[in-house]
Design a protein around this ligand. Structure first.
Ligand code: NAD
Length: 380
């Protein structure tokens, strides 16, 4: 299956690396609204640089990987589907629920596949957490919490403005990782109560040519919420661009027979920690032996989204979707899952504006566990 990459910015390099890991991704071309960016990527990754129209009309391309900015995801994915191409997009599926719903319906109508990041829940950490929970090792999960909090992208990004305007913000940026992980572990959600707060109207650029100058903040930058799942688990969440530092675990879930610390939903590794009774030690379960858990970044790669030591297998969702297309089955990072996650995100923001609990509009299937033998078939 021949894949074209649309959008050659920061994350593109990570995806090009996926063809070194997975055996069914064949990148043949790239494109960008900024032709210079496409040309640069084409030289670095040995693919053809095409204009947007050339990519959409190419007879050789079966699937387009949409790595454009969130505000362009809808427009780009829609054009891909209308051109008869399967599409896999970075998160979120769109910045508006109604647009994403239209995309899911359009794909169905055209008999094409639509897939979406994040795929991190397919990693060793996400899958081992799922296995422990599914086996009932900590009983029935009733409550839990998660946190993503840092000072914001202005710390390192030269053009951070879009994160602080309509269509941006912390929930739309980081919510996909946490909500997708929760749906993988607990099933679909049913309602949400949220509160949002804006710490200041202006922020300072900390990097790039505008360093030291100020830019406008138009939307809330910290959100707290309570999310109720169909299985009646209630989860408390906090996602913020206003915190200098914190010492909490990314995600903890509490069951009737114990507790679990789920590793970073933004990455693929572990360990997964479990404690079964009051005062007992936390037992760390390594995922280094799992196919998508092993640490594969040992030294700093130079990529801003990667710490020095971690597991990053972005692209497995795309590889799994290619396999699903070839074998005519449902893929795990599918449109219904991404639409449900976007529903949670949008309802969190609606809830915080109107200060009411909001019922979600969608449901979805819990993705099937991703077995090691299935992963091994996709690995090089
Ligand atoms: N950078 C990261 O660390 C990271 C990590 C995970 C996910 N993501 C997601 O990946 C996506 C891209 O992020 P990024 O950091 O690479 O952004 P970026 O701004 O660095 O790159 C986006 C690229 O898309 C191009 N583009 C914009 N609109 C377009 C259009 N209509 N048609 C064609 N090309 C267009 C831009 O010219 C740019 O080259 C986002 O959805 C983001 O949420 C980014």
């Amino acid at each position: 299956m021949n894949v074209g990459v649309m959008g050659c910015g920061n994350i593109a390099e990570t995806y090009f690396r996926a063809q070194d890991y997975f055996n069914n991704i064949n990148f043949i071309a790239c494109s960008d609204i900024n032709l210079e960016a496409a040309k640069k990527a084409s030289i670095e990754h040995n693919v053809e640089a095409l204009t947007i129209d050339e990519m959409l009309n190419s007879k050789n391309i079966d699937l387009i990987l949409n790595l454009t900015i969130p505000q362009a995801h809808y427009e780009v994915s829609k054009k891909c589907l209308l051109s008869g191409k399967n599409v896999y997009s970075e998160k979120p599926m769109s910045v508006k629920f109604d647009q994403a719903k239209e995309l899911v319906n359009l794909a169905k109508e055209k008999n094409l596949y639509i897939g979406n990041a994040p795929d991190t829940f397919l990693g060793g950490g996400g899958q081992l957490s799922r296995e422990i929970i599914d086996k009932g090792e900590i009983g029935k999960i009733l409550t839990g919490n998660f946190i993503f909090a840092f000072p914001g992208v202005q710390e390192f990004h030269p053009s951070p403005e879009s994160w602080y305007q309509e269509g941006g913000g912390p929930v739309i940026d980081m919510g996909p990782y946490f909500f997708t992980t929760l749906v993988n572990l607990l099933g679909p959600a049913k309602n949400i109560r949220g509160r949002g707060v804006k710490f200041s109207d202006k922020r300072e650029y900390k990097a790039g040519p505008n360093k030291g100058k100020l830019f406008d903040v138009e939307i809330p930058t910290s959100y707290m919420f309570n999310l109720e799942f169909v299985n009646e688990t209630i989860i408390q969440g906090f996602i913020s661009f206003d915190v200098q530092n914190h010492g909490r675990n990314h995600m903890e879930l509490y069951g009737t027979h114990g507790s679990i610390i789920v590793p970073d939903p933004n990455m693929f590794g572990g360990p997964v920690s479990v404690s079964k009774e009051l005062g007992s030690v936390w037992v760390n379960h390594s995922v280094e032996e799992k196919p998508l858990g092993k640490t594969n970044i040992e030294n700093h790669s130079g990529r801003i989204n990667e710490a020095s030591k971690q597991s990053n297998y972005r692209g497995i969702g795309l590889s799994e979707m290619v396999d699903a297309i070839e074998n005519k089955r449902q893929h795990r990072c599918n449109g219904n899952l991404a639409l449900h996650v976007l529903d949670i995100i949008e309802c969190a923001m609606i809830s915080s504006i109107y200060k009411v609990e909001v019922d979600l509009r969608t449901n979805c299937e819990k993705p099937l566990p991703f077995q090691d033998y299935e992963i091994m078939k996709l690995l090089k």
